[in-house]
Structure formats: C-alpha cells, structure tokens
Design a protein around this ligand. Structure first.
Ligand SMILES: Cc1ncc(COP(=O)(O)O)c(C=O)c1O
Length: 327
C-alpha cells in the first residue's frame, strides 16, 4: 500500500559538509577532515534526532495516532527532540523518564525544554534507564484505555523506522564529498540507530564509507549487536543488500562512564572550539571526536557532528569553571 500522506519534513537538508583543516592538523590526522554538520539540522534543538523523527512521526500519523509515548533519561536529547516533533505534528507527547523526578534543580535543559513544549512527564521511580522499556507499553495501554491512540517510540528513536533516516543521509553526504572519496566516518553511538542507518546506507552504496561508531553508553559487543540487527532491518525494509558483521565497527568511547565527561573528550571539545568553531557536548560528540585520531590511520575522515547542544549547556552549569584548555 502506498502512503497517501506526505512524509513529515523536520530537518533542513542537506546539512553542511565543511572542511576543517586546522582541526585536522591539531588532532594530528593523516589527511583532510570534513565535518558533517548534523548539529545544524534546523529543527528545534534536535541535532541527529531530526532525521529519525521524520520517519517516526510520519508513521505515527499514518497510524492515526494522537499521542506519542517515548522516554529515556531525564537529560535525553531524544525526548526533547521527540516532544518538539510531536508538537509540530499536532500530537500530544507523554514522556516516561527514569527516576523519581526529585533529582536536579534546576532540571537538565533537555527536560526543561520538553516540559516547556508541553510534554506530560511520568517517572518510573527507578534511576535505571532500562526501567523505561518496561514502563512504555504499560503507559501506552493506560492511554489506550482512556480512548487515546498512542504511538510508542523506543528509547533514542532507534527502531528500523527511525534508522531509515540515516540511510538517506549516506546519499546526501556522498553527493557532498569529492567524487570517489572513501573516507573513514566517525559518529557517536548510543542507542545505535544513527550508525545503523549509516551502515545500511553505505552497504547499499557499495560500502562507500568506512564507518566507525564511538560507543558512549554500551559495551562494544552490545552496541555491535544492536547496530547490526537494526542495519539489517533497514536493509530488509528497503530491499537492499544485507550488512555483514564486518560492516559494523564500534570502538569503546565511554571513558569513565555514560554521561560522565572524560579528559580526552574535554581536550577534543577544546580543540574543536578553537580550531573549527564547533560546540561539542561531553556525553556524545566530544567523546566521538576524541576517538577519531585512533581510528583514522590514513586517508580522509569525516566527523559526523550529531548535536547535543543542551548537554553542553548542562555541563557548563555543572562545571562552570572548566577552562577551554588554552595551552
Ligand atoms: C548528540 C547525540 N549524538 C549521538 C547520539 C547517538 O545516536 P544513537 O542513539 O542513534 O546511537 C545521540 C543519541 O541520543 C545524541 O543525542
């Protein structure tokens, strides 16, 4: 059945691809460095989450849903972006957040934004992010019993539907790169949908990109498995060649732990600001950029900037005296 609905457009595409030669030199890279500016997707403060949300909200609308149900940690970039997307599409948004809600004052800027944009927030009572996964279907049932039509989105928006957004981004970046260039592409990896879409897209383009995910929250084997399953789901859905295990390369970029700043990340963030004018966040993008010199041993590189602006703001509030690292 062909959809009669037009795909919901959130992101302003293509996002820029810019060369950063001073940053390449500062990081000691062997070749040119390009930055894919998905911090500039142009929808609310969504960063990389604008692409998956286009497909997810389109599907929700096709299913005649009237409320989005999703969740995560209170500081999640995804829940903030999902709330904005739901508001834009005219749907209600219920967020199921890990914890008790008694934690930080002031709240994380992602939570503050979601609440400002009308999210109805429920707390799981358990700090573990896994508690969200079991609570989502229960909240959806409750909403359905009250006569609503919920559309549930797994944490991070990393479903096959969501990951389709990054499949299309491969065509976009290949159009922007010099013809015939096969760069190493480094991207932060959390729930895995971004990398999975890129892997499926690259495999469909005869493996034009050498992709490396910098895992910031999950052990490498777990991230690997999730990404391969999702990438295969995307390929199946599209009728593309199926990715192999060797197509998924993930390195451990967790440092001291998820959402905790790392010394290497702080240094990378300082270099990115000083040499390319980029704002990185300590949870995802700074750790991903810090991993880049280890994985790019020759040839050109692309750093896929995924956003995370409000995590940077949260960090400035908690660590106000963190120097930019002049030396
Ligand atoms: C700023 C930022 N970068 C990277 C990622 C990782 O994307 P994914 O969850 O699709 O692996 C996220 C996910 O929340 C994010 O917010």
């Amino acid at each position: 059945v062909t959809s009669t609905l037009r795909r919901l457009r959130l992101a302003v595409l293509p996002t820029p691809l810019v060369e950063a030669s001073r940053l390449a030199a500062a990081l000691g890279l062997p070749g040119p460095l390009f930055i894919k500016r998905d911090d500039l997707t142009g929808f609310a403060v969504a960063g990389n989450k604008a692409r998956p949300l286009e497909a997810l909200l389109t599907e929700a609308t096709e299913q005649k849903a009237d409320v989005i149900v999703t969740g995560g940690a209170p500081g999640s970039n995804f829940v903030q972006a999902a709330t904005a997307a739901a508001a834009y599409a005219g749907l209600r948004c219920v967020l199921v957040l890990a914890g008790t809600g008694e934690a930080a004052a002031p709240p994380h800027p992602n939570l503050a934004a979601a609440q400002a944009w009308g999210a109805d927030v429920r707390w799981t009572g358990d700090e573990a992010r896994l508690s969200v996964d079991s609570a989502l279907p229960k909240v959806a049932d409750e909403l359905a019993r009250a006569g609503l039509r919920p559309y549930v989105i797994a944490r991070g928006g990393s479903t096959v539907t969501g990951a389709l957004g990054y499949h299309a981004a491969v065509t976009e970046v290949l159009d922007q790169l010099p013809a015939g260039m096969h760069p190493t592409v480094v991207v932060g990896c959390g729930s895995g949908g971004t990398l999975a879409g890129l892997v499926a897209g690259s495999v469909a383009h005869r493996r034009a990109l050498r992709l490396v995910g910098a895992s910031v929250s999950r052990p490498v084997e777990e991230a690997d498995g999730r990404v391969l399953t999702l990438a295969r789901g995307v390929a199946l859905r599209r009728g593309d060649p199926i990715p192999e295990p060797s197509d998924v390369v993930v390195v451990d970029a967790r440092g001291p732990g998820h959402a905790l700043p790392s010394a290497a990340g702080d240094r990378a963030a300082a270099l990115a600001l000083q040499h390319a004018g980029l704002v990185l966040d300590p949870v995802y993008t700074a750790k991903a950029l810090a991993a880049l010199p280890e994985v790019v041993l020759d040839g050109p590189a692309v750093f896929w900037h995924t956003g995370g602006l409000l995590d940077a703001v949260a960090d400035w509030m908690v660590r106000p005296n963190q120097a930019v690292g002049w030396s």
